[in-house]
Unconditional design. Structure first.
Length: 317
């Protein structure tokens, strides 16, 4: 396996919420542990225009648009100075206080949050995007077209980290226990490769890596009728994933294999909670957002229902 550190440049989207502040602490702790393997981190705030509607009384835009253009500009500048830059400065201070060695950049842009996050990530050659979990239910997230859902399904060139509501693990490393669901697909193996590179970068801070193979109960009968030996298939899938890890230099003592039978998403969440993992790494399937939700995609279901644990959806490139 060609080894490259998968978090060389991080783009972290932030706002004024406590969820966002938690994500900054997460990035700071992880970035400190990565040390010189992290080349840079950018804090990004996207202005959506909602602050204008909240603070400026109704006007007849058709008659006043030209006269108000200078007013809008000045109001925007004042809003950034009074409300946004303090957030950015606080975020930078948190990162530096946590021991980040890499340069910290602060970016403020206008536009649709998801589109701007993906655009900047691509143009800036960022390898990872970090987002705070907002705590909405899956249904609300779908109906509102949440930023997280859009970014996860659009940013195929970056690994997207959705930071859990309860960041656990020692202060040095918030991702010391990693769970990787595997199904024998190329997408899943990319998740294993990502975990291997992360574990090498994090070194002694990684306590365990779990490889989870879920035998989907819904397809067991059909596959048995097709003559597939599910036990042998499972052994092959887990051994291939284990070989990726050991081939990269990960100690065998850190690796465990788990087999369960049931619905993939439900079993992943159950194992993550019972095993007290603080990071789930999953490969993406390359579907569109709408199709993924209609089909009840495993990654989407885990993201919706696994509120407390950080979930990473690995780049498909």
């Amino acid at each position: 396996m060609k080894q490259h550190y998968p978090m060389q440049k991080i783009l972290l989207s932030i706002d004024e919420s406590e969820h966002s502040r938690r994500a900054v602490y997460f990035a700071g702790s992880l970035g400190r542990t990565l040390g010189q393997n992290l080349h840079g981190i950018a804090l990004l705030h996207v202005l959506t225009g909602r602050y204008m509607r909240r603070r400026i009384p109704y006007v007849d835009y058709r008659a006043e648009i030209l006269k108000l253009s200078d007013t809008f500009t000045k109001f925007k500048e004042r809003h950034i100075k009074q409300n946004i830059r303090p957030i950015m400065d606080e975020g930078e201070k948190i990162l530096l206080d946590r021991g980040i060695e890499a340069p910290v950049e602060k970016l403020i842009v206008d536009g649709d949050p998801a589109q701007e996050i993906v655009r900047i990530a691509e143009e800036g050659n960022y390898t990872s995007i970090m987002l705070a979990r907002r705590g909405f239910s899956g249904i609300i997230g779908i109906l509102l077209g949440s930023v997280t859902n859009k970014v996860v399904h659009s940013a195929t060139g970056q690994t997207v980290y959705v930071v859990g509501q309860k960041v656990t693990g020692d202060e040095q490393c918030p991702v010391s226990k990693i769970l990787i669901p595997v199904d024998g697909s190329d997408y899943a193996l990319k998740g294993v490769e990502h975990a291997a590179c992360m574990a090498l970068a994090l070194k002694k801070h990684v306590k365990k890596i779990g490889l989870l193979r879920v035998i989907n109960l819904a397809f067991c009968e059909r596959r048995l009728m097709e003559g597939i030996d599910l036990e042998e298939e499972t052994k092959t899938i887990l051994e291939e994933a284990r070989s990726v890890l050991t081939g990269a230099g990960i100690s065998k003592r850190l690796i465990s294999t788990i087999v369960s039978i049931g619905g993939p998403a439900e079993e992943i969440i159950r194992e993550a909670e019972q095993g007290k993992y603080n990071l789930i790494i999953m490969g993406r399937k390359g579907r569109t957002a709408l199709k993924d939700f209609i089909l009840g995609g495993v990654s989407s279901t885990v993201l919706q229902r696994c509120q407390n644990i950080t979930v990473a959806i690995v780049s498909s490139t």
